[in-house]
Write a protein that binds this ligand. Sequence first.
Ligand code: NAP
Length: 293
Amino acid sequence: MKTGVIGLGAMGAPIARNLHKAGYLQCVWNRTPDKAQQLGDELKVSVAHDPAMLARQCELILLSVSADSDVLDVVQSLLPGLAPGTVVIDTSTVSRETARQVADMLQPAGAAFLDAPVSGGTEGARQGTLAIMLGGETAVVEQVTAVLDSIAASITHMGPVGSGQATKAVNQVMAAGINQAVTEALAFATALELPLDKVIGVTGSGAAGNWFLDHRGPTMTRNKYDPGFRVALHHKDLAICKHMAEQFDVAMPVVEMTLIHYRRLMEAGYGDEDISALFREKLKLFAGNNKRP
Ligand code: NAP
């Protein structure tokens, strides 16, 4: 399938590279044109002047932009170029409502839609090992599975449009809880003056082991917070989760607490750092205390 990628950021650019490697990439577009031109020159694929021009060349269009309003803007500007039968897949993390709204916008043009948020970070995007959570019709999922195989290690069809984003919201709550637990525990280990590499090694090989500890533990304990997954993006995702929980009249403690911590980090200028920068906040818990037990 001739595939176009819209949004060539930390996720979109490596996704485009993997689609190119598999022979699917036809065209790219990015809001800041230099990025698209650079990648187009490197991969020798067509660079569109606008989303509609990309749509005219592609059977499948994959989006990777930031937030809800960005997805809606891009889809609006795709419409004049869409042919019936085109499939649009959004890999951005946005709300379930936005996914449903996009499907409704595309329907009069005869285009199909899948919400396809991803997990696995920039490493997963580079290595083509993302986990994709899909919402949409089974027939459309079957049509695009071969293409998605070139960017993902796991593709799970969750249900109708919106189910992918709902699943991603669940994932983001878990990611927040894991971040809270790992950064707090490693700040505690720092205060206890334990050898941190050994703590990460031994706890990581037992019941407390997890991806975040393995991958971000060694960097956060050296004060390195290169993205990764940016604080500001996870904050955006947790605001979506908060809104979804409010529909049940519920406030989820992990979400509420992490939103407060991320807001502090963003106000201190750390919004573009990896989410493991939460370690900065956790170290402060112990910093003001001179007691040596
Ligand atoms: P990023 O590096 O900030 O890139 C964002 C991309 O979206 C850029 O290409 C940007 O264009 C484009 N964009 C933003 N607003 C736009 C608009 N109104 N119109 C057109 N283009 C627009 O972000 P990212 O890390 O790639 O994340 C992309 C999406 O994937 C987000 O929804 C994020 O939550 C999700 N996600 C990220 C990760 C991760 O680890 N980074 C993991 C899973 C999911 P410009 O170049 O012009 O700014």
